[in-house]
Design a protein around this ligand. Structure first.
Ligand SMILES: [Zn+2]
Length: 269
């Protein structure tokens, strides 16, 4: 007899889908690259990180059903991360008819004078968790932690996802500081690398920063994403290839729509 199909299509798999790889103003405003954030299928539990502009379109186009999301995580309130947060909360909860899912966000996404989470839909998720530095949260059968508050103007937290199979660290937007090299020990490191060159007043990581962080953390693999214009002009896949040679770690440039199965990591053991 054929095994019955269930919603939980991949109980032993951790699969990432990049719904966008654009970072910062110009790339997002012109949609040179998409800006929909990262969709994680962690053993069948669906989680969304940083639903930027176009997230709903990118997700549905790729047959990812927002109605199956168990959690939406917002690292910080900047528009390239939060543009679609409200519509994704609506989609996760069937417009509020199904009270379900958890929304994780920094306090200033809710409690500032200019909140990005609309008040009328705050009662739609099962609950809202306010992210704080050094916390660990349980979602279904995995953990989500926020080891560090980043240096990025608004309240910003990097995110670590731990399943029974893998650990994935997402170093989101930040100015470089040394703690980034110790707080994100993981098998897979995802780094928002907006800029090609270091220096300047920018609160974003550059390629030299990423090289240093990867050398310090030594993950099994690193994925670069969230590209600004200087990175895009330099061809991220070529930058990644150079970084692979220089760090001795497999470094991959994310592409819009790219899927990454964490089982790939075990193969390199
Ligand atoms: Zn930002």
């Amino acid at each position: 007899m054929k095994k019955e199909q269930t919603d939980n299509l991949s109980p032993e798999t951790d699969l990432l889908t990049f719904l966008g790889t654009a970072g910062a103003r110009v790339m997002v405003a012109h949609q040179i690259l998409a800006s929909g954030g990262l969709w994680l299928d962690l053993g069948g539990t669906q989680v969304l990180l940083d639903p930027g502009p176009g997230c709903l379109v990118q997700a549905t186009k790729r047959k990812l059903d927002p109605g199956k999301l168990q959690a939406i995580v917002l690292s910080h309130r900047h528009l390239d991360h939060s543009g679609d947060i409200n519509v994704m909360v609506e989609a996760m909860t069937d417009g509020g008819f199904k009270k379900r899912g958890i929304l994780f966000c920094p306090g200033d996404a809710i409690n500032s004078d200019d909140p990005v989470i609309l008040k009328y839909l705050r009662g739609y998720p099962e609950r809202i968790e306010i992210l704080k530095e050094g916390q660990r949260y349980t979602v279904g059968d995995f953990f989500l932690s926020t080891p560090l508050r980043h240096q990025h103007g608004v309240e910003t937290y990097g995110i670590v996802f731990e399943t029974s199979r893998h650990t994935i660290a997402c170093i989101v937007d930040s100015k470089y500081f040394d703690a980034l090299c110790t707080a994100y020990k993981a098998e897979l490191l995802i780094i928002n690398v907006v800029r090609l060159e270091s220096g300047g007043p920018y609160e974003h990581l550059s390629v030299p920063d990423a090289e240093h962080i990867i050398k310090e953390i030594k993950p099994k693999a690193a994925i670069l994403t969230h590209f600004g214009m200087t990175m895009w002009r330099a061809k991220p896949w070529e930058v990644a290839s150079v970084l692979s040679q220089r760090t001795g770690t497999q470094v991959i440039a994310a592409r819009d729509g790219m899927k990454f199965d964490l089982a790939e990591l075990s193969k390199s053991d």
